[in-house]
Design a protein around this ligand. Structure first.
Ligand code: TYD
Ligand code: MG
Length: 449
């Protein structure tokens, strides 16, 4: 058998080497060499004749492609996609193992199969396992299944079967036999996505890639594909809880602001039309608990922020955050110490957003700060929604869409609110405002003994 040549290319400087090196001999970067199939050597440096080029076409004459979308019928999924799958697009769904990627894609295929031909390529599970899942979900009898991990065979199957939508579960199991790297490595994952992209575009097949991603996103997978695919959806949530949030990290055909909220049930994922209502299950407003209101896409979402402050026995106290960016938490802690004189220097601080949802909006700053202050003093703020951005000087900045946030809180029975000065209130809500973090703490947590 003729072995296809591969080479190792440094991802930092582009130098190609015949062998793998832990450190690039050219630019000395560590761990940057990735195997790639060797392309026929171009005539680099040869004089350009100028007769093989192409004529530019005025943009106005370019045929506009209308995206007739394929709605999956799962409302929360379609919303995040921007109205449904676009034919011929490459979509990547990333998320931790066990979060529900296979469940979501199987459900979408089951719905699509009533109108289109669909194909499921399963490399991770046997068709029997897929069938068991499909039976829990129901209505999946029409899905065509192929158990295959050889990239070449998968591409040929797609071309031969011409399904409207194909799901590859997962991209990490595919391997191209002309690369010696193991399946799941950066080289293999990128090669597979590149070839599938060509098949998708040439044949108008929508290809959905399932990819595992670890929390830090370093493992080969979704991160190295982001620039290649049209849409990147991330599935987040607390695997031990029921709430799942689907978010678009990139979308060439729609907004990235929308989120889809699901609940894992015994019969698959159920849409949660009113995610804020899930909050009511807990006991709100105790010490260390404050409700934030984030606006995700077109929907406001109430989230409970919980904090725990405990004396530390470590020289470097711990600062742990779930659902909140660590750097943002570090900033808020520094502001609390410096501008609100909160003694946190020798305390462990834990912050958690209930339900496993990630908050990305600075509007959540104030709720985080109040939750920490409340935990530190051991005093409750009482049921209260708080939103506002905290600046490095300790001043609060007003955030957009205050009215919608207040109404959402009101709808769920929270009629007390705290927001930065300048925020306009709404009828029926008692709104207090503050100019600084210190003032916000003073008005909600009257000084203890
Ligand atoms: P799965 O979709 O296999 O996750 P992934 O493909 O992201 O690794 O499912 C994850 C979990 O969901 C699994 O532990 C079983 C559970 N589950 C349910 O609770 N109900 C269901 O109907 C299904 C299909 C799965
Ligand atoms: Mg799976």
């Amino acid at each position: 058998m003729l072995a296809t040549k591969t080479q190792f290319v440094c991802q930092e400087c582009g130098a190609a080497q015949p062998k793998w090196h832990g450190r690039c001999p050219s630019c000395s970067a560590w761990g940057s060499m990735v195997e790639e199939a060797q392309r026929p050597a171009g005539r680099r440096g040869a004089a350009v004749a100028g007769n093989g080029g192409r004529r530019p076409q005025p943009l106005a004459e370019v045929e506009a492609v209308r995206h007739d979308r394929l709605p999956s019928g799962i409302e929360e999924f379609d919303r995040v996609l921007g109205g449904g799958l676009v034919p011929g697009s490459l979509v990547l769904i990333g998320g931790d193992p066990g979060i529900g990627k296979s469940t979501l894609t199987t459900m979408a295929l089951a719905r699509l199969a009533t109108r289109q031909s669909v194909l499921l390529v399963c490399g991770e599970e046997s068709p029997a396992q897929v069938r068991m899942r499909a039976e829990r979900i129901g209505g999946a009898g029409r899905i065509g299944v192929v158990a295959e991990t050889d990239l070449e065979v998968v591409c040929q199957t797609l071309v031969q079967e011409q399904p409207a939508v194909a799901v590859i579960d997962s991209i990490q199991t595919l391997w191209a036999n002309d690369l010696s790297s193991a399946p799941g490595s950066v080289a293999q994952v990128r090669e597979a996505a590149g070839r599938l992209l060509r098949v998708a575009k040439e044949h108008g097949i929508t290809v959905v890639l399932v990819g595992h991603v670890t929390k830090d996103g370093t493992v080969a997978g979704p991160r190295v594909l982001e620039h290649l695919v049209d849409v990147v959806l991330l599935f987040e949530g607390d695997r031990t809880g029921d709430l799942r949030v689907l978010r678009a990290a990139k979308n060439r055909f729609g907004s990235t602001a929308e989120i889809g909220v699901f609940e894992m049930t015994a019969t698959g994922l159920a849409a949660v039309g009113d995610p804020s209502a899930l909050l009511g299950r807990g006991d709100l407003g105790g010490p260390g608990s404050v409700v934030a209101c984030a606006v995700e896409g077109t929907r406001p979402l109430l989230l409970e922020v919980q904090a725990l402050v405990a004396p530390s026995e470590l020289p470097m106290p711990r600062r742990l955050a779930t659902g909140v960016d660590r750097n943002r938490l570090a900033m808020i802690l520094a502001v609390l110490q410096r501008h609100a004189e909160l003694p946190l220097g020798s305390a462990d601080v834990f912050v958690n957003v209930a339900g496993g949802v990630d908050v990305h909006e600075p509007a959540a700053d104030l709720a985080i700060a109040l939750a920490i202050a409340s935990a530190q003093r051991g005093l409750p703020t009482g049921p209260l929604v708080a939103f506002g951005e905290i600046g490095l000087t300790g001043r609060l900045r007003a955030v957009p869409q205050a009215e919608r946030r207040l109404r959402e809180a009101q709808r769920l029975g929270l009629t007390h609110a705290l927001a930065p000065g300048g925020t306009l209130g709404v009828a029926g809500t008692s709104l207090r405002t503050a100019q600084t973090v210190a003032e916000a703490i003073a008005v909600t947590l009257p000084a203890g003994p």
